[in-house]
Design a protein around this ligand. Structure first.
Ligand code: KIV
Length: 274
């Protein structure tokens, strides 16, 4: 029987909380989708998607920018409010955009705005330097998802959207980040685009649930961007899958993604980095 049970129509029966996700760790994988509007948020609830993220990927998927750097607090708030109006059961995570959490004071001010827009958790990108900020937010009642690996806000530092941790030094840094961030009070860790073996090692080293995207099959949860699930991305990343192609309609595509994650069928080997 699934940990989060379905209502009569197959949707989420109860609100998903941080505690739900922690209790699922090691028992059942949970599913996250990055999406941006009320109808899709409602569809995610109906398809029993436990977590929805309003990612700053919206800059590229919806707003037509070539990176996430231009995304503003006002744009994030507009989309968090829309998603929160469409879904009252999934746990809602809102991204803090580029340079809105460079100091703990900025992080507190801007995380407060995202929470007041309807999010239940905020997501921030970075490694050890974030530990103090995370402690300040979580001590004040703001749950945090820390995002490591390929952090798209640092695309110009990385020289492109590149797989991270292929060399031992970077892999060691990511493992060190994992330990420090999971000890800093963060509630979730998201790891993007690392070799599958490193995704597995990060999950083993983490004291909190790990959500993967392009991080192999051994993380505690998976996240994909809705545009990739629905085949809307002109050059889809290797780690993604068009679930609409095989199912023919949006609810069936979301359910297939969810079922495949739960069954361990997604990501398959062809979606993983070695
Ligand atoms: O912005 C986003 O949608 C994300 C996911 C790709 C994890 O950070």
């Amino acid at each position: 029987m699934p940990y989060v049970q379905a209502d009569n129509s197959g949707g989420l029966e109860k609100k998903v909380t941080v505690q739900t996700l922690h209790a699922m760790r090691g028992r059942e994988k949970f599913v996250m989708v990055s999406l941006y509007d009320a109808p899709m948020a409602a569809m995610a609830q109906k398809c029993s998607v436990e977590v929805v993220l309003i990612g700053d990927s919206l800059g590229m998927t919806v707003l037509g920018y070539d990176s996430v750097i231009p995304v503003t607090m006002e744009q994030m708030i507009y989309h968090v409010e829309a998603v929160a109006r469409g879904n009252n059961k999934s746990l809602i995570i809102g991204d803090l955009p580029f340079m809105t959490y460079a100091t703990p004071e900025q992080a507190l001010t801007n995380a407060t705005r995202i929470m007041q827009a309807g999010a239940h958790m905020v997501k921030l990108e970075g490694g050890v330097w974030l530990a103090d900020t995370i402690r300040i937010l979580t001590d004040r009642g703001i749950p945090v998802c820390a995002h490591i690996g390929l952090t798209p806000q640092s695309v110009h530092k990385f020289g492109g959207f590149r797989v991270q941790g292929r060399d031992q030094a970077r892999a060691d840094t990511l493992l060190n980040d994992t330990e420090l961030l999971s000890d800093s009070g963060a509630d979730l860790l998201l790891v993007e685009c690392v070799p599958a073996e490193l995704g597995k090692a990060i999950t083993a080293a983490s004291r909190i649930p790990v959500v993967g995207i392009g991080a192999g099959a051994d993380t505690d949860a998976q996240v994909l961007v809705i545009n990739d699930i629905l085949g809307l991305t002109p050059q889809p990343p290797k780690f993604s899958k068009n679930f609409l192609e095989q199912t023919g309609n949006i609810p069936a595509a979301l359910k297939q993604y969810r079922d495949d994650v739960k069954a361990g069928a997604f990501p398959a080997v062809e979606h993983q980095f070695q």
